[in-house]
Each structure stands twice: as C-alpha cells, then as structure tokens.
Design a protein around this ligand. Sequence first.
Ligand code: HXC
Length: 517
Amino acid sequence: MDRRCKTTIETLEKLRGESLQAGGPKKIEDQHRRGKLSARERIDLLLDDGSFEEFDVLKTGRGDAFGESRTYPGDGVVTGHGAIDGREVFIFSQDFTIVGGSLGEAHAQKICKVMDLAVRVGAPIIGINDSGGARIQEGVDALAAYGEIFHRNVRASGVVPQISCIMGPCAGGAVYSPSITDFVFMVEESSYMFVTGPSVVKTVTHQEITAEKLGGADVHCTKSGVAHFVAPNDILCLREIRRLINYLPSNNKQKPPMLDLRDPPDRTDPALDYLIPENPNQTYDMNVLIYSMLDGAEFMEVQSAFARNIICGFGRLGGQTIGLVANQPSILAGVLDNDASFKAGRFVRFCDAFNIPLVALVDVPGFMPGPDQEHGGIIRHGAKLLYAFTEATVPRISVILRKAYGGAYLVMNSKHIHCDVNYAWPTAEIAVMGPKGAAEVVFKKEIQSASDQDAALNEKMNKYREAFANPFLAAKRGYIDDVIFPRDTRHRLIRTLQVLEGKEVKGPYRKHGNIPL
Ligand code: HXC
C-alpha cells in the first residue's frame, strides 16, 4: 500500500473511531448506571445481527450560536438501516452521551435523511428518543430542525409505519414528533414525555411534581393515552418493537407478512358455547374468546392499560394479520366512553392505512351516560370511532356476542355502516336499548299504575327480551349474515377473511375527509 493511501485509510479509521466512542467511557458508564443502554447497543439489540448499515457517521455540526467552533462526533445521533427478521427498517437512535442527545441542525439533517429514504423505498422508520431537546447553543436553527422532522412525520403518516421509542427524556415541543407517529413505546422509570417540565409547572402553578409523576411511562400508558406499549427495561422494549414489526406491512402498498403458526384453521372450541353467562348482567372476560380464536393464542394488545373497556390489538387468523377491536364486558360493562372511542378510532385508522383487515367483537351496552362524559365530548369522541370504522376500506367483519344496543351497536362496525360480513352468536341482543330502559319508557303508564311495580317491570322486561333481545329479528331482516355456533368462530372468520381478500373500494374524489378530531 502506498503511503498516501495508508494515511487516508488511517484518517478514516481515526474519524470513525472517534464517532464510535460516543461521549466516552465515563458517559456510557453513567448511561448504564441509570439502567439505560447506549445508542449503539440499542440498535444492535433491535436489528438482526450484523445487519446495521450506518449513514453519516462522519457528519458534524457547524459550531454554535455562541461563536464556538465545537463540534460533536456524529452530532449526537446514530442513523442508518438494518433488518428485523430479514425485513428492512430505517432507524435513528439519539445518543444521550453526546451533549445530552440534544437536537441541533446536523443531528436533525441525519434524521431527515433516513426518514426521506424510508418513505422513498417504503420501509418502516423507528426512532429511539433519548434527548435533552432542542440544542440550546444552536438557537433558532435547532427549532427549525425540529420543524423539518415534524413535517416529515406528517408526510410519512399512512405511508410507512412510524414507531417511536422513548428511552430517556423527551420534553418541550420535541414530544410532538413521537405523538404524530403510529406507536409510542416507553420504558418504566427511565423515560418521560411532557410539554413543560416539573420546574416550569412549579413556577406557573406552584405544584410540586416529579418527572415520573408528570410524564412517566405509567402516566402515558394508563391516563393520557399518549403511549401504546410499556416495558420494564430497554432490552424488553426493543424485543417488543421487533414483535410489532412482524405484524405490519413495510408500507401502505403492501399487505402484512403471512406467518404460519401451524394452528389448524378449522380448530373449534366447544367451551365458547358456554362463555356468555345466563344472567345478562353478569360479566365475562372477552380475552377468553380472543386467545381461543387467534392463531397460536398470540395477541399483541395495544394500549392494554388505557381505556380497558375496549381491547385493541394485533393477532393472526389463518396466518394473516388482523386488527382486533373488542368491547370488554368485564370493565365498565364494555361501554364506549371518550377514551375508548379515541383509542379504538385511532387504531382502526392505522389498520385501514396499512391494509390490515378489521375484526370487531361486539358486546356493548351503549355509550357511557352522565355529565362527565357529555361535557368531555362523548359526541365528538364517539363520532371518531364511527367515522374511523365507516371510512375503512379494508375487509371488515363483526361478531356480535351479546349486547348490541343503540348508537354504540351502529358504531361498532355494524352492517349499517357497511361492514362486509357480520355474524351473531345465538346469545346476541340487538336492540335500541337494554330491556330495563326500554320497558320503563314503553310501558311507563302500565308499570306506574300496577299494584306491584317491580313485578310489572319484570314482566315487561321479559316481554321485551323475548321480542327484541335476540339475534333473530335482525337475521330475519338480513342485518346479520348468519347466526353462528360460538365454537366455530375461528373457522368462520378465517373463511370470511379468505373470501374478502380481493376487496376493493373506490370512493368519490376528495382531498381528505374531516374526521371530528
Ligand atoms: C444543549 C444539553 C441540552 C440541551 C442537555 N444538555 N440538554 N445541551 N441543549 N437542550 C447537555 C448538558 O449540558 C450536559 O452536557 C449533557 O447534555 C447531559 O445533561 P445533564 O443535565 O448533565 O444530564 P441530566 O442531569 O441527566 O439531565 C438531563 C436533562 C437536562 C433533564 C435533559 O439536561 C435538561 O433539563 N436539559 C434541558 C432540557 C430542556 O429544557 N430542553 C429544551 C426543551 S424545549 P455536559 O457537557 O455537561 O455533558 C425543546 C423545544 C423543542 O426541546 C421545540 C420543538 C418545536
């Protein structure tokens, strides 16, 4: 090798070496002490072994607004692409060991480059966030850089899946990039998201609160609905992201990958014939049906701790990914409230954008009554779910297990908002409202004038139940495609998904609809 060539290679090795050292051993040790992995360790765990190809390893910023010429190796973020179970994804991983992973101009340009490529080639983009936010020394350039990322998040929405993983601080306007993406993962006790941190909260409202209580994983997974998945540590969190990717197509033109879990499609479960209790007021766990019918009893629940009265998540039927939306009778009797409507509405829209067929399992007594819900906007939140199901053009199937009352029945992917195929179990009750409410309205005078009002109410409720609280009236009208044996649910759904495979719907031209946000 001649001397010039040797020197150039040595220079490249030196520059690469500097970048690979990140913020140095002490900073990496600090990161580990807090239970956090480094940016590169996270990438290594997320991607298939040896598949990571890095971009912009030599890129640095151009100094800062204080006139200092100081630059940082890789500018605090590692970017590139690699594979998850053999399928390509693009990735950026912020490096907290370099100026706190703060986002400056060059840092953002690296992120934007992989986002642009992800959209161009049609592959998911995964962002690992661990950052002190806008790099203060870069002033307005840092804010402009955030704007470029937000712009790309919005343009990529519905084109390629976007996944955010919060593995450290995420504060200020920086939270808006993850919140635009499709799924947000958080790690217990080492990640937080808020628009204004505890010190500003104290100054403005005189309230003392810790970062964890203000915007930790628990808050966002149970109360705010900002996050979709939580894991106890970085390792398990990254494993869950790999699992999620396996259910999803790489872009909006593809179908999700098929995966044969060797579960016979015609497997029946006779125990399901006894799932619905005789007493209509008694609850049961919808998960019994979900885990029984899905391939290999595998289900990836989304937002499992938020609005638990509705269950959303991914599973497979006959190898094909489905998006499942199910009322949960064991929580608040499965009513639809504000949070449940928002949660399911957003999930349905994701599935529709990415060609994932929707299956609704219905046991819904109605919308939650009361001033809290009304004043909180149950009308517009409920409308979100109605809108989302109605506009979805992917194959849509419903199974009504028990209660299907009033507006909530219509909203839950009913025939009347054009689901493709719907089934009812023999225990289904499809009516305007529940027997008690209905009897009190329709037979009000007779009940009030009866000597024994309770007995009169019971008698009228029974009369109503016989006439309306069954699936047969709806089946006679053709509003139900078939009343099926519960034990056959899996088989019937798989056959229906097969027949709907070629579904195509074309609507009138429009720029976009106006969902009640
Ligand atoms: C420049 C930053 C930085 C930032 C952290 N650092 N945040 N440098 N700009 N925003 C640097 C620190 O100076 C330090 O550098 C190193 O990162 C590690 O930070 P520490 O404070 O030592 O770490 P820790 O104690 O763990 O605290 C982490 C932290 C804290 C909670 C994130 O650094 C912090 O509060 N930073 C400011 C957060 C913030 O207010 N950001 C702006 C949010 S508003 P050295 O050299 O000592 O290692 C925003 C607007 C976005 O982002 C708008 C989008 C539209």
